[in-house]
Design a protein around this ligand. Structure first.
Ligand code: PBG
Ligand code: ZN
Length: 327
């Protein structure tokens, strides 16, 4: 009790505070998302995400080198294809845009860990994350036919050079289907980072500009989780672990820190938090207006994810954070 106990004793100097600091963000924790588009020499800024670009493969390679030189160990690749169709051909074709980008990056920066986002929404004409009955405008994605397409996509991404497969469509059984597909194709050692608890969130808005992937009708609430639920997240996690997930992702991050914490407590697998597009855009908008100190706000947020139990953080701030950590 006071006056014997005075917690301020340990807050008196910078060095003392450093000594008792419980959590720190390091560059090793960061994963940087990149958007690949067809063409050459293209770097098109995403309107709702200042500082984030759609990049052609040549530019992706340059960016990957920069990321690696900053000490960031990993990137996650998304693709915007030339053509979209009901079968999501661009997702699983061996000449798909993510496949091309993965191969080029692997050749140029072999040590950089390439994560492939494995989903269909960027490649389907309707923008949903799976296969729909032709003519069905309800947005009720057919689960099991989608698994076959995801399996093909994952194998093709692994063949192209992806080191980690990250299925993000919230289909039931997708980890098992992809694990089986990878194993049959000889990729027993390719880990799966499952978007295990992914919520139907309005914070994905700017990403859908970046990836040109908004659903053309309906929404994703028949497959992504209800933001009101947390028990259900634990169920999703348990199933994905049983199906063979090597790492688990929670998404979004900021409004779901309780979920990050509960998942970390419930498993001993590495946990990743996705600091999503809307979270990024809000910080950027406030920073560009001079309303907040961007560096301090970003580092405080990233530290918060670590404190919540995240081992890894996918974030559009990764390059800036790596630079700030160097100084
Ligand atoms: C695709 C996917 C999305 C994001 C990652 N993978 C969008 C969505 O589900 O609509 C969102 C990432 C972000 O907002 O930064 N399944
Ligand atoms: Zn999707």
């Amino acid at each position: 009790m006071f006056p014997i106990n005075r917690p301020r004793r340990l807050r008196q100097t910078t060095q003392l505070r450093r000594m008792v600091r419980e959590n720190t963000v390091t560059t090793s924790d960061l994963i940087y998302p990149l958007f690949a588009v067809p063409g050459e020499g293209i770097a098109k800024e995403v309107k709702s995400m200042p500082g984030v670009y759609q990049l052609s493969v040549d530019k992706i390679v340059a960016e990957a080198k920069e990321v690696y030189d900053l000490g960031i160990p990993s990137i996650i690749l998304f693709g915007i294809p030339d053509n979209k169709d009901v079968e999501a051909t661009g997702a699983w074709h061996d000449c798909g845009i993510v496949q091309k980008a993965a191969t080029a990056v692997k050749e140029a920066v072999p040590e950089l860990v390439i994560i492939a986002d494995t989903c269909l929404c960027e490649y389907t004409s309707h923008g949903h994350c799976g296969y729909l009955e032709v003519g069905d405008l309800s947005g009720r994605v057919l689960n099991d036919p989608t698994l076959e397409l995801l399996k093909k996509t994952a194998v093709s991404q692994a063949k192209a050079g992806a080191d980690i497969i990250a299925p993000s469509g919230m289909m039931d059984g997708f980890v098992q289907a992809i694990r089986t597909g990878l194993d049959e194709a000889g990729f027993q050692d390719t880990p799966i980072l499952s978007y295990a608890a992914k919520y139907a969130s309005a914070y994905y808005g700017p990403f859908r500009d970046a990836a040109e992937s908004p659903p053309q009708f309906g929404d994703r609430s028949t497959y992504q989780m209800d933001p009101a639920n947390s028990q259900e997240a634990l169920k999703e996690i348990e199933l994905d672990i049983a199906e063979g997930a090597d790492m688990l992702m929670i998404k979004p991050a900021l409004a779901y820190m309780d979920i990050i914490w509960r998942v970390k407590e419930a498993t001993n697998l590495p946990v990743a938090a996705y600091n999503v597009s809307g979270e990024y855009s809000m910080v950027k908008a406030a920073a560009l207006n001079g309303w907040i100190d961007e560096q301090k706000v970003v580092m405080e947020t990233l530290t918060g994810f670590k404190r919540s139990g995240a081992d890894l953080i996918l974030t559009y701030h990764a390059k800036d954070a790596a630079r700030w950590l160097q100084d």
